[in-house]
Ligand binder design. Structure first.
Ligand SMILES: Nc1nc2c(ncn2[C@@H]2O[C@H](COP(=O)(O)OP(=O)(O)OP(=O)(O)O)[C@@H](O)[C@H]2O)c(=O)[nH]1
Ligand SMILES: [Mg+2]
Length: 394
């Protein structure tokens, strides 16, 4: 994959360990140049640092350096909470030790086991380890993992680690439009380019979908909603599939030829990134919403004007119109997704175009475990505008 692969499509590899174990040194070693500050002062890295890189045999990845843990940190302490947030998006965990001990790393290893995150245990600083074999053996016994011995300082063992990273990860090939179209199909993409669209560019879901359709041997045809009728009229036969921006649902539905299947970018991405069946199930919670209910609207990023409009204006307006002005709606952005969701009757998440799939699934899992209904923007907009049963979701 090219260097421009978006972060959300990259395999997330995170490095965990205690302060001074050499996490930042390893990060720099794997990236090939200095991106993280290294010092012998414990606690140098205070916030997660991430850097995109290509890993031979694995492809596009992003490496995440984390602040050091220490053994006195209580589970649930601030650093641990920040680390847990990194775990939410981690596809592969590297757990670093510089000694054959480390209670905090053992907690991370256990957390990874629960979350089914492939985990690589690494012993660092072997250039300064006196009895290497004994240290490796006792660390292996302690962690119940194979131990990769390295020196982030000299580079020894790095190739073995790189191979272990590749071997640990079985990438599942996922398609955005899987089952919705086949080679040779014409696919009409209805994409409003309003003032919230980035200047001179297309938003990522549109770019990814067009690229995939080209790769799959389909013919993507793009238009804005106002050009839809003219575009349809110019085609010899109706397109097999129409994919619309959710904002234009009603307009597109009214123009949709009988023979065409209709879906939306949000629904395709809810499927690609999350769990569409759970999201469709989640909107059933609308039947139980009363004016006293509490709803959480969660956005992945803090800065997307288009999402802001849907999440902060459009959705609250639609919900209040339907359930009453006093309906309580909390809106959170970025990393502020709460640990405890039990107060809510429904969680509505954005399309999460900036998140990797693992991150979305972690958030879904949190809601599921706490018995809270969860859905996303595209699915709920379709439900609230009465169109959910008119579009194809799976
Ligand atoms: N001898 C030796 N020293 C190392 C190695 N890796 C890192 N160090 C040294 O260990 C010290 C800490 O390294 P960092 O990479 O900053 O450690 P860190 O885990 O990122 O530390 P925090 O950010 O404080 O959590 C520095 O002085 C490094 O030069 C190694 O393989 N061998
Ligand atoms: Mg560091």
């Amino acid at each position: 994959m090219a260097a421009t692969t978006p972060i959300s499509e990259r395999v997330h590899i995170a490095i965990f360990g205690r302060t001074n174990d050499g996490k930042s040194t390893l990060m720099n070693r794997l990236v090939g140049h200095d991106v993280a500050i290294v010092s012998d002062k414990p606690g140098t890295t205070t916030d997660p640092v991430q850097k995109a890189l290509e890993v031979n045999g694995l492809g596009a990845a992003v490496l995440v350096d984390t602040p050091g843990l220490d053994d006195t940190t209580e589970l649930g302490g601030e650093r641990m909470a920040r680390t847990a947030k990194v775990l939410d998006k981690t596809d592969i965990a590297i757990v670093l030790f510089s000694l054959a001990e480390g209670a905090s790393q053992l907690r991370i290893i256990e957390e990874c086991r629960i979350r089914e995150i492939p985990t690589i245990v690494v012993l660092n600083k072997i250039d300064a380890t006196t009895d290497l074999e004994a240290t490796v053996n006792s660390l292996s016994a302690l962690t119940k993992h194979r131990v990769i011995a390295i020196s982030a300082l000299t580079g020894e063992g790095i190739e073995t680690l790189r191979q272990a990273i590749v071997d640990s990860y079985k990438q599942e090939e996922r398609l955005i439009t899987e089952g919705f179209c086949k080679a040779g199909d014409n696919v009409l993409l209805v994409m409003p380019q309003d003032k919230s669209a980035p200047k001179g560019r297309l938003i990522q879901p549109q770019v990814q979908t067009i690229r995939e359709l080209l790769d799959r041997g389909c013919t993507p045809i793009c238009c804005t909603p106002d050009r839809m009728a003219a575009t349809l009229a110019s085609l010899a036969s109706p397109p097999e599939l129409i994919i619309t921006d959710s904002q234009a649902f009603n307009e597109v539905y009214s123009l949709k030829p009988e023979a065409s299947t209709l879906t939306s970018f949000s629904i395709l991405f809810a499927r690609y990134k999350g769990d569409i069946a759970l999201f469709v199930e989640g909107v059933k919670a609308l039947e139980r919403i009363t004016p006293q209910s509490r709803i959480l609207i969660a956005e992945a990023c803090t800065h997307t004007p288009q999402n802001e409009d849907i999440g902060r204006v459009k959705l609250p307006r639609l919900l209040r119109k339907r359930f009453g002005e006093e309906l309580s709606i909390d809106i959170v952005g970025g990393a502020d997704y709460p640990e405890q969701l039990g107060n809510y009757d429904l969680v509505i998440h954005c399309g999460a175009c900036m998140f990797n799939r693992k991150h979305v699934l972690s958030r879904i899992e949190r809601a599921r475990q706490q018995g809270v209904a969860i859905t996303n923007y595209g699915v709920i907009l379709a439900a609230l505008t009465g169109i959910l049963d008119k579009v194809r979701t799976a």
